[in-house]
Design a protein around this ligand. Sequence first.
Ligand code: ATP
Ligand code: MG
Ligand code: MG
Length: 449
Amino acid sequence: VQATAAPIAERDATSVSETGLPRTAVVGVLGGGQLGRMMALAAANLGVRVKCLDPAPEAPAAVAAEHVRGHFRDAAAIEDFVKGQGIDVLTMEIEHVNTDALEQAARDVQVDIEPSPATIRTIQDKFDQKRHFAAAGVPLPAFREVRCGGCMEATAGAFGYPFMLKARRLAYDGRGNYLVRGPGELEGAVAALGGYEAGLYAEQFAPFVKELAVMVVRSRDGRVVSYPVVETLHKDNICHVTEAPAEVPPAIREAARRVAERAVGCLQGAGIFGVEMFLLPDGSLLLNEVAPRPHNSGHYTMDGCVTSQFENHVRAVLGWPLGETRLHGGSVAAAAAASNGNGNGNGACCSAASNGVAAAEVEEEGEEGSCVAIMLNLLGEADGEEGVRRAHEVMGAAYDTPGCKVHWYGKEGMKVGRKVGHINILATSRREARERLGRLDPAAAAALQ
Ligand code: ATP
Ligand code: MG
Ligand code: MG
């Protein structure tokens, strides 16, 4: 919160190095799951200390962060964490935190909170989020609050069927959404989402041809920089595969980045944001939602881009210069993957060149000669040992396929649908990237065609 806290450099001159960058800043993260883990690993590489607040006995982030037990929705736990742990900048890996407590901490304790509690509050409530973006001129599906049976009928009259009924708060992975297909489902939809008192709103159904997403990093002085556009594919409402750059005309990529930058531009505070969008048949774009944190659709940046979403988040919340967001050049990505031990015998992942594909064709596939980066989420296929065995099978294939980088989250226990890791697949052409995905998960590759 820029208004209430001085930049770290001003508060503690002894911690500033000759380059002007703070040396000993401690970043506190609310939540210690896989996003906190990847944030902490990125921070560790920058020499930044991270502490995370998480109620679980084992936190995936503990591999690189000091784990403090406590709930990110418990005001006292947040206050103790900030005061007792010497936190300079407080950020989060999850938006479902206690914003009252954050606002109180911003007032009472000398701590920067990035992004700002006001932003978290707006985004937490999807209806408020939609109103905020609509007021800023960001294109959205039509939406309206629903508080009673009469509102539901009026919504059906205005939007037609199907329409989406959504819980205003605490939604993730599609839990909190109901596709209302006809009048017979009006009552059941409301009941399924916890009744009107839970807080509901409706959205017009967007007949999208693709779902796109853009990561945007916002600096403390409000500058926004976007990453390349990805296509996202979901499985049972959970992000499953992303492909960067998205296979859409360059003008649509540009437009998607502009929509995303506009959305993040009208928020407050620093950090990385994930922006989900619908691409309609006529080429227009509608915003779906924004996450005020690292996002699954940005995992490809860890290996595909010059600066990962996690590193840029850490740099942004500390007020440091932001890193470049572009995709690696095709040849650079190929070399990096090869040097990381992912060889196919000849030590290169770049079979396009060795297959004699013309350089021009390779360049046409990416974005100005960039690599193509696919991310495959490892979602629990079964509970317990069977789920572990199946995840290991895919990882085994990844270790044996050029251009693949495995990220395993080290979570306790395996459950159906749980995000347990992801694999980034790099290649110099879209065809080659998809072929590699097919070696790991043929169904996912078929879905991308
Ligand atoms: P996340 O895990 O991304 O936070 P969430 O629970 O917040 O998910 P949404 O992003 O609102 O849920 O919706 C999940 C999916 O449902 C979207 O990715 C999209 O496929 C579909 N969906 C949501 N809203 C609409 C809409 N208005 N029209 C068509 N499809 C939609
Ligand atoms: Mg969401
Ligand atoms: Mg979503």
